[in-house]
Design a protein around this ligand. Sequence first.
Ligand code: ADP
Ligand code: MG
Length: 238
Amino acid sequence: MAQLTCKNLSISYGNNLALKDVSFEINSGDYVCIVGSNGSGKSTLLKGILGLIPRKAGEIFFDKTVKSGQIGYLAQQTNIQRDFPASVYEVVISGCLTKRGIKPFYSRKEKDTALKNLKRLEIEQLMHKSYKNLSGGQQQRVLLARALCSTEKILFMDEPINGLDPKVAQDFYALVKGLNEEDGLTVVMTSHDIGEAMKYANKMLHLDTSVVFYGKIEDYLSSDISKRLFGGHSHGKH
Ligand code: ADP
Ligand code: MG
């Protein structure tokens, strides 16, 4: 059985239909890259899967190995979030909050989880630093460590390399690929940098309100769709 099944999903904002009849399945260990031009529904799809916005129609199922709350999410960053006044450790350990209700103190187990993920992403030495003083690449690692505190199974990321310079973006991709290959983490990310993303993903979901293509990267590359719409170039910024 698929780890995630999205069946006939439609989402609208008022009269604007942002997603129409979107269906696909993701298996455990997949690395799925979601592409499409600005406004094609990429962020809406992630938010819809995560239950952050209401669905107009359709269903989302996770298999039973993905327990409720065990989903990691790295949202698209805004400038306000970049100024977040907390230490790196506080940001990372707050990822444990999604697994349980609000309790006044973190447990030993949660502290261990936070430390494990700080080490895993090689940012242990930054733990007492202020989040807002970090570079963009360091901030993304911190947010990734935070997301990993809530999941061992499946990670969603919305334009995670936006604003990072190419070298830093590549390091970030390599890190995520390592988590995917070594730890079996399922990765679902949106990107407008299709060329880079394709080096790491095994599946491509091309959106334009509806699904234009879903399948293996190799098949996408040999399809007319990729050539016609992207012609090998990046297709603008978002
Ligand atoms: P993408 O992430 O691919 O750029 P989005 O999912 O953000 O696309 O947007 C899909 C469509 O939904 C666009 O037409 C966009 O204008 C609209 N939309 C997105 N968020 C909102 C919102 N909060 N309120 C109203 N319309 C929205
Ligand atoms: Mg978006």
